[in-house]
Design a protein around this ligand. Structure first.
Ligand code: NAP
Length: 327
């Protein structure tokens, strides 16, 4: 039996799927939280058979506490939550519950498990650059004041504070402040995947237009498996801390669109892109770009895939999906 036993929430999401692959490769015993009604059906990637599935919901805190007590993990990775900023405007209370309050339950359960067993349990929170919101500091680092602009950012900010609170009570709890990270496993409800799917479909003559909201917003985009690797490094460092996990380079949504059409082999991208105010977000953070010096120095972490390659990998995947679907 593996000495490391991980409990992972959000296992069916983009990051969860990469995290589970990494943990299984190193023979970690992996336990995951799945929702009764959706678990694999709603998954972007099916759960491997070796994974132990536990039915529960982040909205039901007592269930989470009971699961942590029963599984007795040595590492807890909290990747679950309502991860869409856009959806958080529709569901602010649910966002607060599953991306904020749930983290308090998981941290309390981690603390109680430590007290009961006398073993240290390492906790990692998948936090977000959205906690910085309308900051005037560019780039942001671990000392940047939190100024969330969205219900998603506010819930993540509360969770981020909780990590600090429980760390002060002796829990080995780290918060990884993740900047946007992408992969072919990103659901197409997110703008980046919407762009790569749209560019692929236009390249294959299946649609002519891609309707976009704001092309000027700037983000720091990285490669999802790199960000998962950072969370594992944070869990295993001797000292628990907060870490900004980012490339340090920002691009506009326009840059993303241009790179996607280029990768799809469509030259006149501007002819295919329309602006539709229905897709513009209220009070979007203007420029989020992270200074990951601490993660690089302390954890030896660095991003491995440049921006254009990330976009090209996603477009190639979407072109292949379309080509495979051809009769
Ligand atoms: P994702 O693909 O949207 O996955 C979200 C996961 O949370 C899914 O497994 C989902 O399960 C689960 N979940 C949602 N509501 C739940 C509930 N009530 N109970 C139990 N599970 C629930 O997100 P991701 O891109 O992998 O992101 C992972 C984490 O990193 C999230 O916390 C996100 O906020 C954070 N983050 C991501 C980014 C990014 O760019 N990707 C940036 C910053 C921070 P179902 O399959 O059942 O829906």
């Amino acid at each position: 039996m593996s000495a490391v036993r991980a409990f992972v929430t959000g296992a069916t999401g983009q990051d969860g799927s990469y995290l589970i692959e990494q943990l299984l490769e190193e023979a970690t015993e992996v336990h995951v939280l799945v929702r009764a009604e959706e678990s694999e059906a709603g998954s972007t990637h099916p759960l491997p058979q070796q994974v132990h599935q536990h039915v529960g919901d982040l909205a039901v805190g007592t269930e989470l506490e009971a699961l942590v007590a029963a599984i007795e993990p040595t590492e807890v990775y909290n990747l679950g939550g309502l991860s869409s900023v856009a959806l958080s405007w529709q569901e602010p209370a649910l966002t607060a519950q599953v991306s904020g309050v749930a983290v308090g339950h998981l941290l309390k359960a981690t603390h109680d498990l430590q007290e009961r067993t006398g073993r240290s349990v390492h906790f990692v929170q998948a936090s977000s650059a959205e906690i910085f919101g309308r900051t005037s500091r560019v780039p942001q680092d671990e000392t940047t004041p939190l100024r969330p602009l969205t219900p998603y950012g506010a819930a993540k900010a509360y969770a981020h504070h909780l990590v600090g609170v429980w760390r002060a009570r002796g829990v080995h709890a780290s918060s990884c402040i993740l900047y946007n990270h992408e992969s072919p496993r990103r659901p197409d409800a997110f703008v980046t995947r919407k762009i790569t799917v749209g560019a692929a479909r236009i390249a294959r003559g299946l649609q002519d237009e891609l309707a976009m909201g704001n092309l000027d917003a700037r983000r720091d985009w990285g490669w999802a498996p790199d960000y998962v690797a950072a969370m594992v490094l944070a869990a295993r460092d001797a000292v628990a801390r907060d870490y900004v996990v980012a490339t340090g380079v920002s691009h506009s949504v326009r840059d993303f669109v241009r790179a996607a059409f280029q990768a799809a082999g469509v030259e006149d991208w501007e002819r295919h892109v329309t602006l539709d105010p229905r897709f513009a977000r209220p009070s979007d953070a203007p420029e989020l770009v992270g200074d990951s010096t601490r993660a690089r120095k302390v954890l030896g972490w660095s991003p491995t895939v440049p921006f254009e390659d990330i976009v090209a990998r996603m477009v190639r995947h979407d072109l292949a999906l379309l080509d495979d679907a051809q009769p």
